[in-house]
Design a protein around this ligand. Structure first.
Ligand code: ATP
Ligand code: MG
Length: 693
């Protein structure tokens, strides 16, 4: 198990019986320590299911599961590898009854929450509802309930929000639903207030490992503390320079607190970077240099100096995207065996993806957008998931409303309004209210018939889904159901463009196929080599997928260029990285107004600049062999285009003058690539464009 581990890494892997913190820079093998330590723990006799490795995103969990499987083999399957939120789901399912939640509670996504808040606050304005949402989420992350939030409210605005929060919480209880923040705060409440829950979980988990520890928030830290208890058998790995979730409540205090709360803490530092060339590492160190240090750290690489870091200047976003594509084509032509998956284009905000998507499509280069609107975030997929949610939990009111109106089934606004009033008055869910005899006196017979018909249909579907087992039957069932509700027509009616409607319908079919494959026993980690497959009922499959936010099996192994936000790129690596939009005012984000006046108080500005610097550091350190940093001479300001400057970070990277210039060879390479592309046969282009849709 010690192969490919340096002395410090081995020390961390072998330190099993107490609290351990691995504090080290990017690419120094922290995540690798976690996977190897899982192996070591199993080797010493710890049952895999008693080991929990907590990652920051679902994607990181999938990747770690794969790495663990490659290293340890089949036993890795039973290790609990998931996010804090997914662990929270499990805890609330098992013990939520203590706080009045049924095991089949629903998890609301951000859109559901906005909808409920609009209702609870009596506002039809999405922006207002989002502001409440943001504040309530912040309070929940600080561990405050509505009452406590009201007590500490600083002004009228906060007082109003706290009152709305209490109404919002009432609704969630009535709907048997939780939001994302509850998946952390409820486990904390359970662990803190219920001795038997605490000792149960401390017994269930023999060792807890946490990746990206610097981005945990205060509540997550409390959960961790309660989970590990006095024995404190845990391993946290992190890098203070990569803390980029301050805006979501992550706090470096958690790093500072560890040695105080656990005086026996073993701290291990790693210094060798195994990911990037020296040129890339130097640029990273130069950018992070000005930030205050939590501890001194030196990172070195033995991968050689490598290609100089390139600065690319472009006229505007479109030009920037074209140059990025030219670079990708150039590098591929130059070193024949480069696959598309070796390239990533990273930027700060989701909306920046668009010009790159267009340029890549034009060049017939397949790509995926990660950290943006994924397959499962599309409206049509959410529509179908709402039906699953309703089968699983009839009391899920947001799902109920979505299903009864999508597609429209002649049940009008007035009827639904009456139904809602009735449900609120009697503290019932909408579904429960349907069949109440007293509702009948409030509504005309025709409306009642419509409601009853819908209720019976949902119950009937649920009954059938429970009995539909395996791939073939599941697919047939879903296609029949979509036909019954006339969903295809609904899509075409709702779209002006037939092409868009057709694409949405294709998504629906693809989704049904994917669901059916799961009912046939195929799992997300399945490489297709497993011989015995356990078939499942469609309802079981619906139960798991209604929870998952974004997995797209199709994307997983595809040879595609990655487009990603910097935040979503954390922990990952690619041979070639293009950092786009490194323009002053974009990265770092605008810190002053147009007259140069600071927008926020100077303390805030210092902290924000520090976080921006960390974001840039994260971006640079994703690159293994080559890095290009691009900026635009014009940037959007409202509807206008204004002159822009390169980011201060570019200067700070202190690249050699020679490397900062445009390389004329790039044009030549791009031309060559263009030529190669033109002579490609159409089949290749068609295959690539298939992969795109
Ligand atoms: P980040 O801070 O970005 O999350 P990290 O510290 O978690 O980075 P890893 O992703 O674990 O770093 O490792 C970076 C790369 O270096 C990986 O490709 C990993 O396989 C490789 N690596 C780590 N340790 C070693 C080692 N001792 N020998 C060879 N390769 C290593
Ligand atoms: Mg890592």
């Amino acid at each position: 198990m010690s192969a490919g581990m340096n002395v410090a890494q081995q020390e961390a892997v072998n330190y099993l019986h107490g609290p351990c913190l691995v504090l080290a820079g990017a690419g120094s093998g922290k995540t690798r320590v976690i996977t190897h330590k899982i192996g070591r723990l199993i080797q010493t006799g710890m049952p895999p299911k008693k080991i929990a490795a907590i990652t920051f995103t679902n994607k990181a969990a999938t990747e770690m599961r794969e790495r663990a499987k490659a290293l340890i083999g089949r036993e890795a399957k039973d290790v609990v590898i998931c996010t804090f939120h997914a662990l929270g789901v499990r805890m609330v399912r098992e013990d939520g009854h203590r706080v009045g939640l049924k095991p089949q509670f629903s998890i609301l996504d951000a859109d559901d929450v906005t909808g409920i808040l609009k209702d609870a606050g009596g506002s039809s304005d999405i922006a207002t509802a989002r502001t409440w949402q943001w504040t309530i989420s912040k309070w929940k992350n600080m561990g405050l309930n509505a009452e406590q939030a009201l007590a500490q409210a600083a002004d009228d605005n906060e007082r109003i929000t706290a009152v709305i929060m209490s109404r919002y919480e009432e609704r969630l209880t009535a709907y048997q639903s939780v939001d994302f923040d509850d998946l952390i705060s409820l486990p904390l409440r359970l662990l803190r207030d219920h001795e038997e829950v605490r000792s149960k979980w401390q017994d269930v988990l023999g060792h807890v490992l946490v990746d990206e520890y610097q981005d945990t928030n205060a509540t997550q830290y409390e959960v961790l503390k309660h989970l590990v208890g006095e024995r404190a058998r845990f391993t946290a790995v992190g890098d203070d320079d990569q803390s980029i979730y301050g805006w979501r409540g992550a706090t470096l205090d958690n790093l500072k607190k560890l040695p105080i709360d656990f005086p026996q803490l073993k701290v291990i530092k790693l210094e060798q970077n195994y990911r990037s060339t020296s040129a890339i590492l130097r640029a990273a160190n130069n950018v992070i240099g000005p930030n205050p240090k939590l501890y001194p750290k030196t990172l070195f690489s033995e991968l050689g100096e490598g290609e100089p870091v390139r600065v690319v200047d472009a006229d505007n976003e479109e030009h920037e995207a074209e140059r990025a594509v030219a670079r990708i084509q150039g590098l591929r032509v130059n070193s024949q065996h480069q696959e598309f998956r070796h390239f990533a284009i990273l930027y700060r905000a989701n909306h920046q993806a668009k010009p790159f998507e267009k340029a890549l499509r034009k060049a017939a280069i397949p790509y995926k957008v990660s950290g943006g609107t994924g397959f499962f975030d599309r409206a049509e997929i959410k529509d179908l998931c709402a039906w699953f949610r309703l089968w699983i939990n009839n009391d899920d009111d947001p799902a109920f409303l979505r299903c009864i109106t999508t597609p429209k089934r002649g049940i009008g606004h007035t009827t639904l309004g009456k139904l809602g009033e009735f449900a609120t008055q009697y503290k019932l869910s909408l579904f429960e209210s349907l069949f109440s005899a007293s509702l009948a006196s409030l509504l005309p017979a025709k409306a009642m018939d419509g409601l009853h018909e819908f209720g019976r249909y949902v119950t009937d579907l649920e009954y059938q889904a429970r009995r539909t087992i395996g791939a073939e039957d599941s697919l047939a069932f879903m296609l029949q159901w979509l036909k019954d509700i006339d969903y295809e027509k609904h899509l075409y009616d709702g779209e002006d463009s037939e092409k868009v409607a057709a694409a949405r319908w294709t998504n629906v079919l693809e989704f049904c196929d994917w669901m059916a494959a799961r009912a046939g026993g195929q799992t997300d980690e399945d490489s297709g080599t497993t011989t015995i497959r356990e078939t499942k009922s469609l309802l079981e499959v619906a139960q798991t997928i209604a929870l998952l936010s974004s997995i797209n099996q199709k994307e997983k192994d595809a040879d595609v260029v990655t487009l990603s936000t910097l935040h979503a790129s954390k922990g990952l690596e690619w041979p070639h990285v293009i950092l786009a939009g490194v323009t002053e005012g974009m990265l770092p984000f605008k810190l002053d107004d147009d007259e140069g006046r600071q927008q926020v108080v100077s303390d805030d500005i210092t902290q924000r600049l520090q976080e921006e610097r960390r974001l840039m550091y994260v971006g640079i350190t994703r690159a293994q062999r080559s890095l290009a940093v691009s900026w635009t001479r014009k940037k959007k300001k409202g509807r206008e285009m204004v002159t822009a400057q390169p980011s201060r970070f570019i200067k700070e990277m202190a690249l050699d003058a020679a490397t900062a210039k445009e390389d004329p060879r790039e044009k030549l390479r791009a031309l060559r690539a263009e030529f190669a592309k033109k002579s490609q046969d159409n089949a290749a282009a068609a295959a690539a464009s298939n992969a795109l849709t």
